[in-house]
Design a binder for this molecule. Structure first.
Ligand code: PAF
Length: 273
């Protein structure tokens, strides 16, 4: 595995590859969710490139940029063992300069749900993803469904900027107890982890309800709310795949999204129906 630290090293490495390239962008603190993206990328491409970059522009003032879990030595080992071809770990000054153009998230899609609670977050996500896409020039790029709105916005950006990149949607990976894997789970105490389980439980319960015939979004939301009483809920949303609110579940075109705080930790989870 090659470790590439500068954009120049990455660009030279990339120029010499004629084969199919798969790309997994990450912010590090790698877990099995990331490994599932890497495994899929390995199956579907000749060369796999992973990036680790804690992107400052997607954190709002007061958020956890400084304390975001950093485990670079362990991450390098994980990447080596996973059999990827190259790991890109740039310093901030390799990626950003002062007063530069940035990508703006769309006014509606980028400022609803996560974008409402974290205004400007998606400007940062789209800017870094576009930069990384231009450096890595992947054929396929892999993103988890857990960050549903991020995934939908990246697909949209790829389409409207005519990028010749296939965005691959990957399933959420969960602990055996249902908790969706996230680098931020490391912030949770044992007690908080127990509380956090109510989020995935509420989603599986809603899915069960829907399978039994309930399609009414208002009633489904009320059921979810019952499970989340002990948490500070930012939103429970039931939307279609364009993130538009719906009244009735449309099978194959609905997502239930939850954002909630457990102690100081903000968690998101969702289920695609
Ligand atoms: O999902 C993430 O880890 C980040 O938002 C991403 C896509 C790597 C951009 O920084």
């Amino acid at each position: 595995m090659q470790i590439l630290k500068s954009t120049e090293e990455l660009q030279i490495y990339r120029k010499n590859i004629q084969k199919k390239v798969g790309f997994v962008p990450t912010m590090g603190a790698l877990h099995n969710g990331h490994l599932s993206l890497i495994d899929r990328a390995k199956k579907e491409n000749d060369i796999v490139i992973v990036s680790i970059f804690v992107n400052p522009t997607q954190f709002l003032p007061g958020e956890d940029f400084e304390s975001y879990p950093k485990k670079i030595e362990a991450d390098i080992e994980i990447c080596k063992r996973s059999g990827i071809d190259a790991l890109f770990i740039p310093a901030i000054n390799q990626i950003y300069s002062k007063d530069e153009p940035k990508v703006c998230a769309p006014k509606v899609l980028g400022y609803t749900l996560e974008g409402y609670h974290r205004p400007g977050h998606f400007d940062g996500v789209l800017s870094i993803v576009l930069k990384l896409f231009n450096l890595v020039k992947p054929h396929n790029a892999y993103f988890g469904k857990k960050d549903a709105q991020q995934l939908i916005l990246i697909k949209k950006m790829t389409k409207v900027f005519f990028l010749d990149i296939n965005i691959v949607e990957c399933e959420i990976v969960r602990e055996a107890n249902g908790l969706a894997l996230s680098s931020r789970n490391t912030y949770l105490s044992k007690e908080e982890k127990k509380k956090a389980l109510n989020i995935s439980k509420s989603l599986t319960n809603a899915a069960k309800l829907i399978r039994s015939g309930q399609k009414d979004v208002k009633l489904i939301k009320q059921e979810i709310q019952k499970h989340l009483k002990s948490l500070e809920v930012d939103y429970i949303a039931i939307v279609d795949r364009d993130l538009k609110e719906i009244d009735q579940i449309i099978s194959g075109n609905s997502i239930i999204l939850i954002a909630a705080r457990v102690g100081k930790t903000r968690l998101i989870d969702n289920i695609w129906l």
